[in-house]
Write a protein that binds this ligand. Sequence first.
Ligand SMILES: [Zn+2]
Length: 287
Amino acid sequence: MKRYTIKDLQKDFPNDEACLEWLVKYFFPNGIPCKNCDKVTKHHRVKSRPSYSCDICGHHVHPTANTIFHKSSTPLTLWFYAILLMTSTRAGISAKQLERELGVTYKTAWRMFHQIRKMMSDDKNLLSGEIEVDEAYVGGKGFNKRHEANFGEKPKQVVMGMVKRGGEAKVRHVISSGARVLLPQIQKNVEPNSRIYSDQLGAYRTLNKLGYKHSSVNHHEEYVNNNIHTQNLENLWSNLKRGITGVYRHVDSKYLQAYSNEYAFRYSHRNSQKAMFWTLMERVQKV
Ligand SMILES: [Zn+2]
């Protein structure tokens, strides 16, 4: 992956002026259209505010409108730095770490953290090709694969992972690991006719009937049977697990989907030519 470093950031965005300029160029590559004049006009920067004003009629345009930066009193340079921090490590960083790194209050750091994380949801497109599917359990003592789960502990939250080999991942926080929950997730996220690799969980037994080509892994066999494995998904689980035990300590079930999206995002973009920083910068506009 192409790295975008703190040095790059300091060079590209030395001050809020530069950040604002970037937003203008990104949102208005062909010049700023004025609503009043009903055409692209020349604009000049308003000194006292993060906005631009039409040279002809004086109408104001705020490049931060509809972005995660909207109405925030935190400097854009810190926002950009936070985005870089959240994309530069494999395990991610917590709101607490953001607070320390940015020198803002915890409340501010927490808000920034959640805004940035929201941009890490997966694309809505369906996965196709060779897909590995598996579930994991979060809660109690942290993170478990089903076959390691310690029953008798507090009920765990279930996350279901779907990974395209050599491609992107989706993780869904689901209410149980029953067929009636898992199968619709596959139908919602994986194209029919795709090859699906899973373990021998009963829930997946009818996948063939649903129009998928299904192969299941026997975890008790000593050797991985040629192509039939869920190793890519195991890698994602291990990052997720490291995040839970090492970075966050505890994940409230309320945030488990956002949390899972963050790790799926990192996984999906791990080999991408574009640095994750820029992928997120292109999502700062709220949809
Ligand atoms: Zn105008």
